[in-house]
Design a protein around this ligand. Structure first.
Ligand code: FES
Length: 120
């Protein structure tokens, strides 16, 4: 396996950085104290999933009788949304929120000497 330089760690504070390795696009995201990387290919119809918006998970807020009150955001669980048709993926795992059988291919990331690398 090879390690491919993505960028300096301080250059990737939010959003994603797309790199191309052997004609394969990989999206690299900052996540909590480290980084995650996924193949930039949505299993739905091949869209650039890693180039979509990053949003917090939407959660239903219920009242004491378990009746719906409103939606709110869970800032501890970011998702990203494929820009083509809106499939939503968990940033932590690459799993599709609406169908757990769908998952983006994940790559290991390494942070060393102030730089981020992807293992391919
Ligand atoms: S190609 Fe990503 S949601 Fe359709």
């Amino acid at each position: 396996m090879a390690e491919v330089l993505v960028c300096r760690a301080d250059e990737l504070k939010s959003g994603s950085r797309i790199i191309t390795v052997d004609n394969v696009e990989i999206g690299v995201f900052r996540y909590k104290d480290g980084f995650v990387a996924y193949k930039n290919l949505c299993p739905h119809q091949g869209g650039p999933a890693c180039e979509g918006m990053i949003i917090p998970r939407v959660v239903a807020v219920l009242d004491a009788d378990q009746a719906f009150k409103r939606n709110d955001f869970d800032e501890n669980e970011p998702h990203f949304v494929c820009p083509w048709h809106g499939y939503e993926y968990r940033l932590a795992t690459g799993e599709c929120v609406g169908d757990s059988t769908i998952r983006l291919k994940r790559y290991d990331t390494i942070e060393r000497d102030g730089c981020v690398y992807v293992r391919v």
